[in-house]
Design a protein around this ligand. Structure first.
Ligand code: NHR
Ligand code: GAR
Length: 220
């Protein structure tokens, strides 16, 4: 991307949309020079759609239940997303596994935020799994999306403590506070052209990022 044209960002959600809100807030305060072009939810009636409406961002629903297969849903989703001509697709609490055809189409221009210190705890229920394993720290990772679920190259990771009295809910709150900082940061890096995926690896300012991405460490 060059600075002459704003990076067009389409955000996919399935729920509350607090990460979407963090992007909206960063954009509105001038910290995040992008155009939030559209918000798409696979679930009707979620709070994230109201957040988009309140911010004046075009938004729509593509209900996966109306499609007979993942392949058909993903084809329709590609059509809808591409009608907004995005430079970047952002998964923000999007809860449907995507087919290789979909991830291939947006390879190198789609990010996800996953609530664990990847490669630990891919998939769901990450906070409870970290507590059950007796881990002393946990966190969140922004990564490029590839066909491998939660397996694409990491961009940035924030690490927090787990305390003995933590429940999945208290831990999720601590992690989510970090999500709302690192996702706007990663999107800003991409939009400025500083962040690229090349040969399956993340590059920031031409330098290979470490395996966990750029690390922000609040643990210890
Ligand atoms: N798709 C691919 N190919 N690669 C990734 O890295 C993806 C992806 C789709 C979504 C987000 C992800 C996460 O951060 C994500 C990354 C949903 C599930 C899941 O099991 C797993 C991982 C993620 C999102 N979804 C169930 C399904 O059958 C449905 C669960 C539900 O609807 O509540 O798709 O963790
Ligand atoms: C976030 O904590 C995000 O990391 C997580 O869901 C929450 C969505 O919150 N994502 C996943 O678990 C992906 N499988 P939000 O809708 O308020 O942004």
């Amino acid at each position: 991307m060059t600075s002459t044209k704003l990076c067009r960002v389409v955000v996919l959600i399935s729920g509350g949309g607090t990460n979407l809100q963090a992007l909206i807030d960063a954009q509105q305060s001038g910290e995040l020079p992008v155009q939030l072009t559209a918000v798409i939810s696979n679930r009707p009636g979620v709070k994230g759609l109201q957040r988009a409406a309140d911010a004046g961002i075009p938004h729509g629903i593509l209900d996966h239940k109306a499609y007979e297969s993942r392949e058909h849903f993903d084809e329709a989703l590609i059509q809808l997303i591409d009608s907004h001509k995005p430079d970047l697709v952002v998964l923000a609490g999007f809860m449907r596994i995507l087919t290789p055809a979909f991830t291939g189409h947006y390879l190198g221009r789609m990010l996800n935020i996953h609530p664990s210190l990847l490669p630990k705890y891919q998939g769901l229920h990450t906070h409870q799994r970290a507590i059950d394993a007796g881990d002393s720290c946990h966190g969140v990772t922004v990564h490029f999306v590839t066909a491998e679920l939660d397996g694409g190259p990491a961009v940035v990771q924030a690490k927090v403590n787990i305390f003995p009295e933590d429940t999945a809910d208290t831990l999720a709150q601590r992690v989510q506070a970090q999500e709302h900082i690192i996702y706007p940061l990663a999107v800003k890096w991409f939009a400025s052209g500083d962040l690229l995926m090349e040969n399956g690896l993340s590059l920031l300012n031409g330098e290979l990022l470490p395996h966990c991405g750029h690390l922000i460490d609040h643990s210890g």
